[in-house]
Design a binder for this molecule. Structure first.
Ligand SMILES: Nc1ncnc2c1ncn2[C@@H]1O[C@H](COP(=O)(O)OP(=O)(O)OP(=O)(O)O)[C@@H](O)[C@H]1O
Length: 250
């Protein structure tokens, strides 16, 4: 059993299939999700986070069908949305505690788990500060803390490194490498360097489906010097997306 098993998955939003007959299998490890604007990355992650229902196809998460009983799956999930709301008056500790409670963690485990999650994202010294007093990068780190507080088996991170400074991005890469040893971690990003440095595997999406899955090194070999990009992996990305987006137009 893989953590994520999708076959012919369709997610319709309005008049579009944001996810369009997508098939994907992912197990333990750190997987990077790349693709141009509008490729369907956020919609896929929302669907895997059980926030959005599939329209057609089959999806199984941690061995449970996505149209089955989701409560046990949600307890083992960690999800950092691209934009996440929080009560600004919550202290950082309270924010992470609240999410741990929503995930139905045993009450006794919550204080220790919150302390550890805040340590892992380097926010222990801000635990008693209010969310509204944090910088943008710190809010994102608090978001990562709530995503990992329950030691998830499936961790979904939508653009987690936006707003992180270079030192924090390095720390983030170490953290996901640790987490990927026992969990399936899927990270959506536009930062190709993050994928090259942090991910064991790359999934490239375009127009709602997977156009490539392989190692960062495999992706790099898909490009040539004629393709757009500052690094081999960026040129590989451009080569695979090229027909639609490498024409130079927006
Ligand atoms: N609520 C919605 N209603 C209708 N269409 C939507 C909705 N949300 C997204 N879409 C459409 O679904 C497609 C996929 O969008 P999605 O946000 O999943 O892409 P993305 O790969 O995450 O893009 P980005 O890199 O810009 O964040 C786009 O065509 C988008 O316009």
């Amino acid at each position: 059993m893989q953590a994520i098993e999708a076959d012919g998955l369709v997610v319709r939003l309005g008049r579009r299939n944001a996810v369009d007959r997508l098939s994907l299998r992912l197990g333990r490890g750190v997987h990077g999700l790349l693709g141009p604007n509008g490729a369907g990355k956020t919609t896929l992650i929302r669907t895997l986070a059980t926030v959005q229902s599939p329209t057609a196809g089959t999806l199984s998460l941690l061995g449970t069908p996505a149209n089955g009983k989701l409560r046990p799956v949600r307890q083992k999930l960690g999800y950092l949305p691209q934009h996440f709301g929080h009560y600004k008056r919550f202290k950082v500790r309270e924010f992470v505690e609240y999410l741990a409670w929503l995930k139905e963690m045993p009450k006794k485990q919550i204080p220790g788990a919150v302390k550890e999650a805040l340590e892992r994202v380097g926010l222990s010294d801000r635990a008693e500060d209010r969310m509204k007093s944090l910088s943008g990068g710190m809010v994102r780190r608090a978001g990562i803390a709530q995503a990992i507080v329950n030691e998830p088996e499936l961790l979904l991170l939508d653009e987690p490194t936006v707003g992180l400074d270079p030192a924090q991005r390095l720390r983030f890469r170490e953290l996901v490498a640790e987490l990927g040893q026992r969990a399936c971690v899927l990270i959506s990003t536009h930062l190709v360097e993050d994928v090259a440095a942090a991910c064991t595997d790359v999934v490239l999406m375009n127009e709602g489906s997977v156009v490539f899955q392989g190692t960062p090194a495999d992706l790099a070999t898909a490009g040539t010097t004629t393709h757009v990009g500052d690094s081999p992996i960026e040129r590989g990305y451009s080569a695979l997306i090229s027909a639609k987006s490498a024409g130079g137009a927006w």
